[in-house]
Structure formats: C-alpha cells, structure tokens
Design a protein around this ligand. Structure first.
Ligand SMILES: Cc1ncc(COP(=O)(O)O)c(C=O)c1O
Length: 389
C-alpha cells in the first residue's frame, strides 16, 4: 500500500497508547492502577441508560438526520442558552459521535494552507495534530505553572497577526486542570476582534469545576458570532463510550460541519441521542455527586503527590487531572512515566504527549476510586524512593 503523504501530518493521543501498554502488562499478570485515560469511573446515570434502552425498544434503530435529531438539538440549544447566558437556536447545533469530531470538522472546514492557528501548550494533542493535518501552521501559546497554567497576556497578544485564522481555547484544561479567568477571555476576545479570528472554545470539562463560577468566552458580547463551542456528554454524564457530543456555532458554518458528518459518520445512533435528551432534561444530581467526589480525590492526589520526593503539584480548579512538576526527580518525563508503569504498576501519561516544554511533567487522571488513588500514591512513592537512594 502507498499511504498518502497527509497521514504523516496526523498525530495521535498517547493516553490510548499507554492504555494498550498497561493492558499488555495486565495480560502478563501485573496489577495496574489506571490513571492514564481521562474518563469518569462512574457508571452512566441510570435514568440516561433507561432512556437509551427505551429508545431501542421503541425502534430508534435507523439513520437519523446528519445534524442531529430535532429533540436533542432543541435540548442542547436550551442548555447552552441557560448555561452560557446567550440566545442559541437549534439550527446552530450539530450533534456528533463524541465531541472530538467537532474539533476535526471545524479545522477541516476553516483552516487553509498557511493559516496560523493558536493553540495551548501543554494541550490536548489532537489540536496540533488537526492543525497540521489541515495544512495550517501550528502556533503554540504556553500555559506555565508559574502563571497557574494560564497564559501571559502580552505573550499571547504577540502571537496573533493578520494570518491567524483560529484560536483554540480549552478551559478547564487538559492536562493541567487550569481554568481561564474572565480577564484571560477578555484578552482572547480583544485579539479575535482585532484580527477577525474564529475562536474554537473547547469547554468539555466545564461542569468539572471545584470553586467559583464557570466563565465562558461566549458570555463576552460579540463572541458567540465568531466562536465554535465544543461540549458534550462524555465527561459531565460519564458517557464516554456512548460517543455523543455537540458543537454550537454561527449558522453559516453549520451546513459545512453537517456535510463533513454526512461524508464520514452519516449521523449519530438514534437511541444514543434520545439518551442525550434525558441527560440534559432529566435530574442533574448525579453530576453534582460526581464532581464532589472528584474534588475529594483531587485533594488526596495533589497532597499525596506533593509528599513524594521530587514532585511538586498545583491544586488546579477544574477537570480531573493532576499535572505535577517532576523535575526534582532528575528524570525526564517519558522515562519517568515508563518507570512508574513498569515499577509501580501505575499508568500515567508523560508531559511530552502534550507538546514541547513539557519534559518536566506527567499527567495523572484522578477519575478513579479513592482506594486506587491511594494505592497508586503508595506505589509511586516507593518506586521514586528507590531511584533516589
Ligand atoms: C480537551 C478535550 N476535548 C475534547 C475531548 C473529546 O471528548 P469526547 O469523548 O466527547 O470525544 C476530550 C476527551 O478526552 C478532551 O480531553
């Protein structure tokens, strides 16, 4: 086979590769604590599961409109209006299998060769992968520990120019758990207005926030007209395996994103979408319970990591990731992550998976039980003490 050149520009998500390595160790009889993939360990709430089953029994087993069923688009429009404080209509919504295709489709639909795209580093690896795949020029803006993993406003301003087509935002942030404040979003809005830039705001973790209210770029006047919002069910409702997410965008982009869906997935499974209607319109208490549990786990893992020699970890405000600085161990993060997997039996992701200048960090997902988190901390500590003897 002669593989197309463009495939050389497509990256990947290392967490899934670590998962494969960890599963191979498990097959050899090793007990692994999984802190690599970012998915809630909670089951999908029962009312949502029942709605999916009901829909299957009611025969919702056929193709659906590429843009999403009207009932779900209506529920998403109302949900977005209520949570972001803006007017959203169902014809601004596209439903996709997981939220990831919104990222894939938006970059394919908007970025042309030579367009510059600003994206966060460290950051979700698919951003850089998709910018390159679309023949855009990736322009990283750095989120540094000394800034609480927010950007330096002047440095950010200096990265934008008339060639900038898109700015990618992610708050709360994967892998650091950092959260942008209103003042950061004001800077983004100022830059976007100045150079007529589309903003891609990835808010998939917006409900996983431990203190304060969530600030969305969409709340800033004028931004809803130039922004694409990525949101979904995977993290908020523990529905990673259902594959259900959505985008909210200006109407003129909708036919293009929908056509990309028609060309790829055709549509999202109908019963999954009915489960999504129940998730958004049914009882919400399971979400609060989950977020309260994540907060308790965050405190345990951050305190535990800070007690390990060579580790230093901020207590971030959102998402379910701890992103310690491990420079004090004297080991690079790739070697360290491999060592932690093989020696301690704890799967985590090297900072290098999230972009340059991340050699001193590793990411732990604490979407796991307190018992497993404590077991992981004990094992990592013992393994690190061994290399420091
Ligand atoms: C920052 C970020 N955006 C988007 C996604 C995609 O979520 P989904 O599972 O709904 O495709 C993820 C999933 O890990 C993520 O971390």
């Amino acid at each position: 086979m002669r593989i197309a050149q463009r495939m050389n520009r497509l990256g990947t998500e290392t967490a899934f590769e670590v998962l494969v390595k960890a599963r191979a160790l498990e097959a050899q009889g090793k007990a692994i604590v999984h802190l690599e993939v970012g998915e809630p360990d909670f089951p999908t709430p029962q009312n949502i599961v029942e709605a999916g089953i009901r829909a299957l029994r009611d025969g919702k087993t056929k193709y659906t409109p590429s843009q999403g069923i009207p009932e779900l688009r209506q529920a998403i429009a109302e949900h977005t209006s209520a949570t972001r404080g803006i007017a959203v209509s169902p014809d601004q919504v596209v439903v996709t299998p997981g939220a990831k295709p919104i990222m894939f489709f938006s970059l394919l639909a908007l970025v042309e060769p030579g367009d510059e795209v600003l994206y966060p580093v460290p950051g979700f690896p698919i951003y850089e992968s998709m910018i390159k795949y679309s023949n855009g020029i990736p322009v990283p803006y750095h989120l540094r520990e000394e800034n609480n993993f927010r950007f330096d406003p002047d440095e950010f301003r200096a990265k934008a120019n008339s060639k900038t087509k898109m700015i990618i935002l992610n708050t709360p942030h994967n892998p650091t758990g950092g959260v942008f404040e209103k003042s950061d979003l004001q800077v983004v809005a100022e830059v976007a207005n100045k150079y007529d830039i589309t903003v891609f705001t990835d808010e998939i973790y917006w409900r996983v926030l431990y203190d304060g209210a969530f600030d969305s770029l969409l709340q800033i006047p004028g931004m809803a007209e130039r922004a694409i919002l990525l949101d979904g069910f995977s993290k908020t409702y523990a529905m990673t395996g259902w594959r259900l997410g959505w985008g909210v965008m200006p109407k003129e982009i909708v036919p293009h994103i929908t056509r990309l869906q028609t060309n790829s997935n055709s549509c999202v499974a109908g019963f999954t979408q009915y489960a999504g209607v129940e998730a958004l319109t049914g009882p919400q208490d399971a979400v609060g319970t989950m977020v309260a549990a994540f907060k308790q786990r965050r405190d345990v893992i951050v305190d535990g990591l800070n007690a390990i020699p060579g580790f230093k970890c901020l207590k971030a405000r959102g998402a379910f990731y701890a992103y310690p600085n491990t420079r004090g161990t004297g080991w690079g993060s790739r070697k360290l992550a491999d060592y932690i997997l093989n020696e301690a039996g704890v799967a985590c992701v090297s900072g290098t998976a999230f972009g340059d200048q991340s050699e001193d960090y590793v990411r732990f997902s604490y979407a796991n039980s307190l018992e497993n988190i404590q077991k992981a901390l004990t094992r990592i500590r013992a393994a690190i003490e061994k290399i420091q003897d």
